[in-house]
Ligand binder design. Structure first.
Ligand code: DX5
Ligand code: ZN
Length: 217
């Protein structure tokens, strides 16, 4: 059984000690560093912008997995690439021209990701699944860390996995929101490849131990 990719979300970290937090992630068994960008428009919250991503990138020894929760993401993907993003995920709900957006991200040399809100059916991705490197399945409504995991996600991941297999694609499935040691195994069994975890990691007394446990699930 392949091991999951673990992507701790720095949204839940101590922003006043960001360098220390990134150093901790560098020393941990985390594979990617998940960075949540919120614009106060697509989601009702504002998180961080380009200078903070640049600062994280200066210290990070692992790829930055940038999750854009913003309207018109095509205006910013190039800048996030320049700031150090390795993966860039845009929300399908913010992209009437998703196919074009995916090509734009790939042309920059990034992994192209598509995030989908809890109400968005996976079937809407069928015609572009071969162009998607990563689907970020939101298991909470985007905008805030620390929310309760939505149970329907298991079923959704199974359907998405089937869609990927049927298309002969190699798209990775990432789960974002409310991930913890209670739901991780079931998510992987349903077909997940990447687990994002924010508060479960950073609110733990020993974040590195939690990352190790998630990686070993
Ligand atoms: C939510 C973000 C998530 C968030 C996850 O809008 O996309 O990445 O940081 O945080 P937890 O793991 O606390 O739900
Ligand atoms: Zn996220």
């Amino acid at each position: 059984m392949p091991r999951p990719i673990i992507a701790p979300s720095v949204l839940a970290s101590d922003f006043a000690n960001l360098q220390r937090e990134i150093t901790m992630l560098n020393e941990s068994e985390a594979h990617w560093i998940h960075v949540d960008i919120m614009d106060g428009m697509f989601v009702p919250n504002i998180s961080m912008g380009l200078p903070v991503v640049e600062a994280i990138h200066r210290h990070a020894a692992k790829p930055l997995d940038v999750h854009l929760m913003i309207v018109q993401p095509e205006r910013y993907v190039e800048a996030f690439r320049a700031a150090g993003a390795a993966n860039i995920s845009v929300h399908v709900e913010a992209c009437p021209h998703l196919h074009r957006n995916l090509q734009q991200i790939k042309a920059l040399g990034c992994r192209a990701g598509v995030a989908i809100n809890p109400h968005t059916p996976v079937q809407g991705l069928a015609d572009v699944i071969g162009d998607i490197d990563l689907v970020c399945v939101m298991s909470v409504n985007p905008g805030f860390g620390g929310q309760k995991f939505i149970e329907h996600t298991y079923r959704k991941v199974q359907m998405l996995k089937q869609l990927i297999v049927d298309a002969g694609a190699s798209t990775l499935i990432e789960i974002d929101g409310g991930v913890n040691l209670q739901n991780a195994r079931r998510l992987l069994d349903a077909g997940a490849d990447v687990l994002v975890a924010g508060s479960f990691v950073f609110q733990a007394p020993d974040p590195k131990a939690v990352i190790r446990d998630l990686a070993a699930v």
